[in-house]
Design a protein around this ligand. Structure first.
Ligand SMILES: Cc1cc2nc3c(=O)[nH]c(=O)nc-3n(C[C@H](O)[C@H](O)[C@H](O)COP(=O)(O)OP(=O)(O)OC[C@H]3O[C@@H](n4cnc5c(N)ncnc54)[C@H](O)[C@@H]3O)c2cc1C
Length: 310
């Protein structure tokens, strides 16, 4: 419950316009702990560094909730260019995208623009032997994102497109079951948004229990599972679970955020697990950075100390 109060406080304060203005003007050097840089070349360089330790990268151009067709299309164009640049550098592009950033909810020529742009991204990702993951955003977007995921799997196959389920939502167990026929590639996370108790579990112990349940169910169903957490006790339990159920290492991977628990990322890779770090880059870093601060009180202290140092 205290975790929940802390998270709610940080995300509410972060939504304040003056705080946002202060952070945008003075917070970039602090945000760079979690964000690889502003340019595509920065994220590509970060992947190459991680690859030296046997860690793969998930490329994420920062941007969400855009409000014009032009911006959404420009954003999609930037991701397409990123994929070309990654491929030219010898990296199969594994990209994550927020559908709200590429036009979800805007209708153009009778089609949802998010879906149209996702098709463009997937066509290119498939051409390069890459992958597209649809990030999960706040709860009003879950239905539409899952419906669009279904459409995209039916069109492109489950080997090139995946999505995310959040263990804090009460609905998620049912969502996991409903997706079963797709043999989905799913990233399981706890959930990073400020959600009301009517839709999301307020108690961290429940969120953690739900997390384990979802990962185990997806693994037992034989579907590829991206275990996306920094929670070492969960990671240890998953290692035991796969051993005791004879689940091969080729059926799951661990995913962690760039700049968070680098020691653990290296350790897992050295143990022979597939590990990928989610690496954001770009100018629109504020919302992402706020969610990272909200995940850990130590991060708020790090920001305060940084701002006081000037
Ligand atoms: C690869 C990846 C992709 C994600 N995609 C999504 C998504 O699409 N939608 C979504 O809602 N959420 C997403 N998330 C965020 C997720 O929902 C959680 O908010 C985040 O991962 C923190 O939860 P945790 O599982 O690490 O567990 P927690 O219980 O929050 O943390 C476990 C331990 O990890 C460490 N830790 C956790 N977060 C941080 C941090 N920011 N800085 C430093 N240490 C930290 C702390 O030591 C903590 O004690 C993603 C997370 C990852 C790793």
């Amino acid at each position: 419950m205290i975790d929940q109060i802390y998270r709610k406080t940080v995300l509410t304060v972060a939504g304040n316009k003056s705080v946002e203005a202060l952070m945008r003007s003075r917070g970039w050097s602090l945000a760079q702990r979690f964000v690889a840089g502003e340019q595509a070349s920065d994220v590509i360089g970060a992947v190459q560094e991680l690859q030296k330790d046997g860690i793969g990268g998930i490329l994420d151009l920062l941007g969400e909730f855009v409000d014009s067709v032009e911006t959404a299309n420009a954003f999609a164009e930037q991701i397409l260019a990123l994929m070309d640049q990654a491929a030219a550098a010898g990296i199969k592009p594994y990209v994550s995208v927020k559908l709200s950033g590429i036009g979800q909810g805007m209708t153009v020529d009778g089609q949802d623009l998010g879906l149209t742009n996702a098709r463009r991204l997937l066509t290119k990702a498939a051409q390069y032997g890459g992958f597209l993951a649809l990030d999960m955003e706040d709860h009003p977007r879950v239905d539409v994102t899952l419906a669009q995921f279904r459409t995209l799997v039916e069109e492109f196959g489950h080997a090139v497109v995946g999505t995310v389920l959040q263990s804090y939502l009460y609905r998620t167990e049912a969502d996991l079951q409903a997706l079963g026929d797709l043999r989905p590639n799913l990233r399981i996370v706890k959930g990073a948004y400020l959600e009301p108790p009517s839709v999301a579990m307020p108690d961290k112990a429940d969120v953690d229990a739900s997390y384990r349940k979802l990962v185990y169910a997806n693994l037992k169903a034989g579907h590829y599972t991206n275990v996306a957490t920094h929670d070492e006790s969960i990671i240890d339990d998953v290692k035991m679970f796969v051993l005791s159920h004879g689940i091969p290492r080729s059926q799951f991977e661990f995913q962690l955020l760039y700049g968070v628990r680098r020691d653990l990322q290296k350790k897992l890779a050295a143990e022979g697990y597939t590990v990928r770090a989610y690496i954001p880059y770009g100018r629109d870093w504020y919302a992402y950075f706020s969610r990272r601060i909200a995940e850990r009180p130590g991060n708020a202290l790090f920001v305060l100390r940084g701002l006081l140092k000037g």
